[in-house]
Each structure stands twice: as structure tokens, then as C-alpha cells.
Design a protein around this ligand. Structure first.
Ligand SMILES: Cc1cc2nc3c(=O)[nH]c(=O)nc-3n(C[C@H](O)[C@H](O)[C@H](O)COP(=O)(O)OP(=O)(O)OC[C@H]3O[C@@H](n4cnc5c(N)ncnc54)[C@H](O)[C@@H]3O)c2cc1C
Length: 381
């Protein structure tokens, strides 16, 4: 179907659907086509790493079916369809079999889990969870598993570790980091989290990497770089995500860690925009929900005629580890001067640069200071 004005959104994740909803708040009739490789059912991705705790099986994670989204948001959905190239001269996106004309194109293609170069005949069985379909596979296999080895002691790895504990699984976590979530948390809070998870039974194998995963009768044997071995019924990789930038090649879109966009969320090509995990806004690649909300609100205004730059206030991230509630607003640089105060049931770490508060990490009962501290932080953009 060709339309003179046709906003095409590629991707039905939080970024694609939040943008669609924000446009509809402003304009009920503008023609919108949403194309996605998956079903187009709407779900909350953050729920994937605490669904066991919330006793939510995969089917109950769908918040609105694709059909319901169409009925409530008035758009054309082309699901189960992968866009393979962009023809910027004719303003068309192409799948292997079809083309669609766009007046404005928005890339909300998200990110894909990194795959580590791990040897062994069990390496292909390593799971990662970055979509509802991934979660369905993981959930099915989990039913038969008593123990899970998680590769990657970062935010997602620790959230899954905590969640698996609530389902009575034995959990081990392996990774080269000196302490859990070391990219975001200062040492004192990382170790505090580690102790809380250890008290509940999580086994940490830090400053180590997995070299191979072999199938054995009872599951998998992981061989680590210090010659130690771990066995587990299931192996989950949580080593980070890489933005999906496949469409850059055909369209000469500028990329760095993600599609490079300006404050208007426009790429280096006219009428092509990006937001979400696949976008780097003025040098900030923030793969979280709050930045998506900010971007979607601004971009909806721009696309409906009121050019609006995105703003990023300080946006702390709540980490879903109920064993040790955490909130972090991480400073942009690694040259950090953290000052920590430990209380009976928590820790507060404040990060200063030239006597100015630029970040914080709060654990345990200290998370109550989130609001008041957030107000003191500088804006990001
Ligand atoms: C387990 C987990 C827990 C998380 N918890 C939190 C949290 O607590 N708080 C927080 O702020 N953030 C959290 N995050 C991060 C947050 O969920 C993501 O930043 C956000 O969901 C990304 O949304 P997105 O729409 O950019 O990408 P995605 O959800 O990855 O969506 C990408 C979409 O693009 C489609 N697509 C990709 N390529 C193509 C193509 N070529 N053609 C057609 N369609 C395509 C896909 O099918 C999909 O529909 C979590 C992430 C994970 C994995």
C-alpha cells in the first residue's frame, strides 16, 4: 500500500511502540506502518528478568496482543518481516520480497546479545534472553533444570541470578569483572550485592572466563581459564548487547556504538531517525527505558510538525535484585571519586567531580534517597 505520507517504524519493542503511542496522542489519523521481525505483541522487556519472582509464565507477559495494538493505535502492522535494506533515493525500505515507501523512517531495531567465542560441543546450547521468544525457550528448558550457570556478572546477569534463586535453582555466575555490575557500581556496592546474593546461595566465579562448554550426561561442564570446572543443567549468557545496525550498509547511515543521531534523533540522512537501543544520541548510548520515553515524546512532536530536541535529565536505573535493592545513576566518565557511607542495612555511594555530585549508587535501605539525590544531579543532555 503506497501512501504519500507514511511514517514507517521498524521495530515493535519499547522504542517502536512508545513512539507510536506518543504520535497517536498528538495525531489520530496520520498514516503509520510498523514493520517488525517478531509477532508485534507488546510486552515489557524488563519483566523478563524478574518474571519468576512475579510468578509470570511467558504467555502472561504479553500486555497487549498485536491485534489489540492495531485496534487501539490505528496503524498498519507488517509483522514477521525483516527489513533488509533502505533505498534512500526512492525513500523505500525493502524486505527480501517487498518494498514500502516512507515519508519518514524511524529505526527502532534494538540490539542483539553478544556471542562469546566459546569452544566445545555445548557452546551452541548456551541461551541468552533479549526477547519474549528467547524467554519462552529459556522458561521451557528451566522446567527440567536444577542448576543454571550464568556467564556475565553484569546488571542482567545479576537480575537473572536473583530471579532464579526465587525459583529454587542453584546459580553460579562467571565473568572477568572484579565485582558484580562493575561497569555501573563502585566496588563497595558491587561487593555488598555480591555478599547478599552469596548469602542466598549464588556462587561467584569472578575474574575468570569460560573457555569451553561441553555436553555431559547430566547437563553441561564449563571449563574456566584457571583450569577450574563448573557443572550446570543450563547455561545462560548475559554478556551484553550489540546494537542492530544491519541497515546502515545499504543506506550509508553513520554508526558508532549505535546509529548516530542528533538531538532531533535524526541520522545523517534526511527523514531517517532512530531511537532506543539502536540509537546513540549526541554520543550517549543509554539502553534503558527512561531514555526511550524521553526520545519517543520528543520525536513524536518532531514527526507531527513541531521540531523538538530531546532532553535527558538524570535518569537513575533501578536494578531488580530484591536480595539487595539497588539504584544507580552512573557518571559519564570512569575518573570517579566515590565517597561511601555504610549503614546497618545499606550503603550510599556518592560520586563527585570537582566537588559536584555527578552520580550515585544506593543499596538496601539507602534507596529511599533516590528522589532527593536525583534532583541534585546535572542533566545529561
Ligand atoms: C532482561 C532485560 C531486563 C531489562 N531490564 C531493564 C530495566 O529494569 N530497566 C530499564 O530501564 N531497562 C531494562 N532493560 C533494557 C530495556 O528493556 C531496553 O533498553 C529496551 O527494551 C529496548 O527496546 P527497543 O525497542 O530499543 O529494542 P527491542 O526491544 O530489542 O526491539 C527491537 C525490535 O526491532 C525489531 N527488528 C530488529 N531488526 C529488524 C529488522 N531488520 N526488520 C524488522 N524488524 C526488526 C525486532 O523484531 C523488535 O521488534 C532490560 C533489558 C533486558 C534484556
Amino acid at each position: 500500500m503506497a501512501q504519500d505520507q507514511n511514517i514507517i517504524i521498524v521495530g515493535s519493542g519499547m522504542a517502536g511502540y512508545t513512539l507510536l503511542r506518543e504520535i497517536r496522542k498528538i495525531d489520530k489519523t496520520i498514516y503509520i506502518t510498523l514493520i517488525c521481525a517478531d509477532s508485534g505483541d507488546f510486552y515489557s522487556k524488563p519483566m523478563l528478568s524478574n518474571a519468576l519472582d512475579k510468578q509470570k509464565p511467558p504467555e502472561s507477559l504479553v500486555m497487549l496482543s498485536a491485534q489489540k495494538m492495531i485496534e487501539t493505535q490505528n496503524f498498519e502492522l507488517i509483522n514477521h518481516t525483516r527489513i533488509t535494506s533502505i533505498d534512500t533515493t526512492n525513500q523505500q525500505v525493502n524486505s527480501d520480497t517487498q518494498s514500502w515507501h516512507y515519508s519518514q523512517l524511524i529505526l527502532a531495531t534494538g540490539a542483539t546479545p553478544f556471542v562469546l567465542p566459546i569452544q566445545g560441543n555445548g557452546a551452541a546450547d548456551i541461551l541468552s534472553v533479549n526477547s519474549l521468544d528467547d524467554y519462552k525457550r529459556f522458561y521451557l528448558q528451566l522446567e527440567q533444570a536444577e542448576s543454571v550457570a550464568i556467564i556475565g556478572p553484569g546488571l542482567i546477569g545479576c537480575e537473572f541470578a536473583n530471579d532464579l534463586l526465587t525459583a529454587n535453582k542453584q546459580v553460579s555466575i562467571i565473568g572477568p569483572d572484579p565485582w558484580p555490575i562493575s561497569k555501573l557500581l563502585p566496588e563497595s556496592i558491587g561487593i555488598y550485592l555480591q555478599q547478599k546474593l552469596q548469602q542466598l546461595g549464588v556462587e561467584f566465579h569472578l575474574q575468570k572466563t569460560v573457555e569451553s562448554v561441553a555436553k555431559i550426561d547430566t547437563g553441561y561442564q564449563l571449563s574456566l581459564n584457571d583450569n577450574s570446572e563448573i557443572t550446570a543443567d543450563l547455561v545462560l549468557s548475559a554478556v551484553g548487547l550489540r546494537a542492530n545496525l544491519d541497515l546502515a550498509e545499504s543506506s550509508a547511515l553513520k554508526t558508532d556504538r549505535a546509529y548516530v543521531v542528533d538531538k532531533m534523533l535524526q541520522t545523517n540522512t534526511q527523514n531517517i531517525y532512530a531511537l532506543g537501543d539502536c540509537a546513540e544520541v549526541e554520543g550517549h548510548h543509554l539502553p534503558y527505558i527512561l531514555p526511550i520515553m524521553q526520545c519517543a515524546r520528543a520525536l513524536a512532536k518532531t514527526l507531527t510538525g513541531t521540531t523538538t530536541p530531546v532532553t535527558y535529565p538524570a535518569m537513575p536505573v533501578a536494578i531488580k535484585t530484591p536480595a539487595c535493592p539497588l539504584v544507580v545513576a552512573s557518571p559519564a566518565t570512569s575518573q570517579n571519586n566515590w565517597q561511601c557511607t555504610e549503614t546497618e542495612n545499606g550503603i550510599k555511594a556518592l560520586c563527585y567531580q570537582q566537588d559536584k555530585l555527578v552520580g550515585f549508587a544506593l543499596a538496601g535501605d539507602q534507596i529511599i534517597e533516590k528522589q532527593s539525590l536525583t534532583q541534585l544531579l546535572p542533566v545529561i543532555l
